[in-house]
Design a protein around this ligand. Structure first.
Ligand code: BEZ
Length: 259
């Protein structure tokens, strides 16, 4: 999405995103003295967690607003505004022992370009470890958005989809084609409870579903999200909380030399 991120809202209402990322750091096993790149670092909480291991870490994110917030929270860490779907700055080429990414790769639809950039900035043998939305992730929410746009506005949502949720097989094949050896990959359903009771879904839509507002215009944003929320309610709201149908792809790979 364009820079529609609201970092304060993200930090105050969507802290569960970083909390879940702790497992991915455990898979990464960062070591003191290593150089690690955090791709799609958002407001920097996991970048800071990686630093605690003694690794030197750089966080990159496409959103200037998120990077500004990360810098203000963690002034001693290095954060750069950079879009991993475009060529990364020369300075990072072959510089890193590991690349890490949590809950960000599904926002980057040009997956092969991203993998080429990550391959380029790793030293030979360097690790690429991450987690993001896999096939079927938040399908109930996606379907509700598609249904509301079509039924209420006569709009096909296809052109506005900001996410890509590949299957395990598809992503593993992309990793291999990009020159990685896949060491571990797993697909799992992870129903994800939102905090803040009924309002939790409002915060989620406001933070993550903004790209669909372009389909209807800002003035309709409130109505669009209200209708989507009510469509999701029978399946996703119970016991005074929203639980979204997240599905994750988690993987560990390392850079090999391309043939
Ligand atoms: C996710 O983490 O899976 C996700 C978050 C926001 C929008 C889409 C997916």
């Amino acid at each position: 999405m364009g820079d529609e991120w609201r970092p304060e809202l993200y930090d105050s209402k969507l802290g569960f995103v970083s909390a879940h990322g702790q497992h991915v750091i455990e898979l990464l096993q960062p070591k003191a003295g290593e150089f690690v790149l955090d791709v799609g670092c958002g407001t920097g909480d996991l970048t800071a967690r990686i630093r605690e291991s003694g690794a030197h870490v750089v966080g990159i994110d496409k959103s200037e607003a998120m990077i500004a917030r990360a810098r203000s929270k963690y002034p001693d860490l290095r954060f750069i505004v950079a879009d991993a779907e475009c060529p990364l700055p020369e300075a990072v080429a072959e510089a890193f022992d590991a690349v890490f990414s949590n809950a960000a790769l599904h926002w980057m639809k040009a997956a092969d370009q991203v993998l080429a950039e990550i391959w380029q900035c790793l030293r030979p043998g360097g690790r690429f470890v991450g987690e993001f939305g896999g096939r079927g992730n938040i399908r109930t929410v996606e379907q509700a958005i598609e249904d509301v746009l079509l039924a209420e506005y006569g709009i096909d949502a296809a052109a506005f989809h900001p996410w890509s949720f590949p299957s395990l097989g598809e992503y593993a094949a992309r990793l291999e084609a990009a020159g990685f050896q896949v060491d571990m990959t797993v697909y799992f359903k992870r129903p994800t409870a939102l905090p803040d009771g009924d309002a939790g879904m409002d915060y989620w839509l406001e933070s993550f579903a903004k790209p669909f507002v372009h389909a209807v215009g800002e003035k309709e944003s409130g109505r669009l999200f209200r209708l989507v929320k009510e469509r999701c309610r029978p399946s996703l709201y119970s016991g005074d909380k929203w639980t979204l149908d997240y599905a994750r792809l988690r993987f560990a790979a390392h850079k090999t030399l391309r043939e």
